[in-house]
Ligand binder design. Structure first.
Ligand code: AMP
Length: 540
């Protein structure tokens, strides 16, 4: 018979992360750019004290462990305090994507049964639209002081500062079960209603610990971290927790995510590590190029959410001397599940080879297992060639959606809806989403690879490829381009450029120049919108 380990079973809790940060790195800074533009600066210890005041205040409103508190907010210090005050007290922090349609926003607030909603003053018009649809919400709390509270007809709004002011910075964090819910985030829901993923305290703590590892984002107390990834998108990939575990300075950018504002914040706060989606980094690099700027302190960036184009990796690496860590994850995986990272030997490979490697989504982090399967669920070989649906399992992977009646798992694995290859040494490459891959004449064309190839063209600012119904081939690719210069109109030049990079039968049947592409709140091009608009193009 196996003997049991004789170790303490102390729970992994969000409150423990806060206490660790405040006690071990109490004087470390949190810098936050506020919605109205000013910079707010305080310490981990101050933050922890105010999180405790908030926990007391929520109790005084009658909220209890297990209740859900929503947030519709940018990355800023009061939102950070809520992360800890709400979850620490045993309630569930439900972060909402403000770019959802008001009906969808109301759907998730009602589905989650939010009792209170914390929101930024800039979202007052949204509150006006959703409040009448959300009868369960008893408290609308503006994340501001008295002077910045908006007036919304018919909605009684409290302000955060007055709410927490009467309460002491003392709170006995409950000794919760580490498997109880700490945070809730709904999937983007491009089809059907969004689905809720309830993160346990344990999943968050393990995932945040993993983010700190050298092979993942390498976060220590020597780093200054700027999470550009929104706090409503998968807990900002757990960076608000990881920074307190590691004692890293935390810089929160508020609503201004354009290249100029981010660059200014990176320089003024001496940011060394940042994390966000590729579209954000495109804007930043464009700003640097236009103004001939360089980074003084930035040395590493974590990127994910959609595929990072090789051309952008090359710019970061070769021109701006910033190491790119390209990760893959989804709402259902709490944060980073795989990450590209180079070994000491690989660091000496020629630039182009290294960029190719980083453009893949990398190896799974400890705790996460991957496999790919065919349409019948049979495992496919890890040969770097066979492609199939990516399945994932691990300690911080969803088991079931919140209040779902159907099972999310297949034989204990979560089907991701992504199509991938896995190489013999474990490097995973996303080839497409199952719903985005283009089925042409019985073969598959990867929209991601075509976009990647197009993004390398000097006139291309942004590219999207969608499959369009075709009478002969089932589907054919259509390329949509946002140009760098509006006078560039040479489609043939673009197609000839692609011919050097992809198989001939992959070449898009047409190219359309557009002023912009629809990008959702989590930085992904909304391909379903494009399909609706251009879907009939080849069948007419
Ligand atoms: P979400 O749950 O909204 O974060 O979306 C998760 C999906 O984003 C994944 O299933 C992938 O399709 C996509 N995704 C995330 N990271 C990457 C990446 N590095 N490369 C390509 N696709 C990605």
């Amino acid at each position: 018979m196996q003997s049991l380990g004789k170790m303490m079973a102390r729970p992994l809790l969000v409150s423990a992360i806060l206490e660790h940060g405040a006690n071990q790195f109490g004087m470390q800074q949190v810098v936050s750019r506020e919605t109205h533009g000013s910079i707010h600066n305080y310490t981990f210890r101050d933050m922890a004290n105010r999180a405790k005041q908030l926990a007391n205040a929520l109790h005084s409103l009658g909220l209890k462990p297990g209740n859900v508190v929503g947030s519709i907010a940018w990355n800023n210090y009061r939102h950070l305090e809520s992360y800890y005050g709400v979850s620490g007290a045993g309630m569930v922090m439900h972060t909402c994507n403000p770019r959802l349609h008001p009906n969808q926003l109301a759907f998730i607030i009602n589905h989650a049964e939010d009792e209170a909603v914390l929101f930024d003053s800039s979202f007052a018009p949204l509150i006006k639209a959703v409040a009448p649809l959300c009868s369960l919400v008893k408290h609308w709390i503006c994340l501001s002081d008295k002077t910045h509270v908006p007036t919304v007809e018919g909605v009684d709004i409290k302000n955060y500062e007055d709410l927490i002011a009467p309460f002491p910075a003392l709170f006995d964090w409950p000794d919760l079960d580490e498997n109880s819910g700490a945070a809730l985030c709904y999937t983007s829901g491009t089809t059907g209603n969004p689905k809720g993923v309830m993160y346990s305290h344990r999943a968050i703590a393990l995932s945040a610990l993993s983010a700190c590892l050298p092979n993942v984002l390498n976060i220590s107390s020597q780093e200054t971290v700027l999470p550009v990834v929104p706090m409503f998108h998968i807990n900002a990939w757990c960076l608000p927790y990881a920074c307190l575990i590691a004692g890293a300075k935390l810089v929160l950018p508020g609503p201004r995510l354009d290249g100029a504002s981010l660059y200014e914040l990176m320089e003024s706060e001496k940011v060394t590590l940042s994390a966000g989606v590729p579209t954000i980094w495109m804007g930043l690099i464009e700003h640097l190029e236009k103004n001939q700027l360089a980074f003084t302190t930035m040395r590493r960036t974590g990127v994910g959410g959609s595929a990072m184009p090789k051309a952008l990796i090359a710019k970061f690496n070769d021109v701006y001397k910033v190491d790119v860590r390209h990760g893959w994850g989804m709402t259902e995986t709490t944060a980073v599940a795989t990450i590209s990272n180079l070994s000491a030997d690989e660091m000496h490979l020629p630039n182009a080879v290294r960029h190719d490697m980083v453009a893949k989504q990398g190896k799974s982090v400890f705790g996460i297992e991957l496999k790919i399967v065919d349409e019948d669920g049979n495992s496919l070989p890890r040969d770097g060639q066979s492609q199939g649906e990516l399945m994932v399992r691990g300690q911080w992977i969803v088991e079931n959606y919140h209040k779902a009646e159907t099972q999310a798992l297949v034989d204990g694995w979560f089907p991701t809806g992504d199509i991938a290859t896995i190489s013999p040494d474990g490097v995973m490459q996303i080839r497409d989403r199952t719903k985005d891959v283009i089925k042409s004449g019985g073969e598959w064309i990867s929209s991601i690879e075509l976009e990647n190839a197009a993004a390398a063209h000097p006139q291309v600012a942004m590219a999207a490829v969608i499959g369009i119904k075709h009478p002969k081939w089932d589907e054919r690719p259509l390329l949509l381009i946002v140009r760098k210069q509006p006078d560039f109109t040479d489609k043939q030049d673009l197609l000839a450029f692609l011919e050097q990079r992809v198989a001939k039968w992959w070449i898009p049947d047409d190219v359309i120049f557009v002023d912009s592409l629809p990008v959702g709140g989590t930085g992904k091009v909304q391909k379903n919108e494009l399909r609706l608009k251009y879907g009939g193009l080849f069948s007419a």
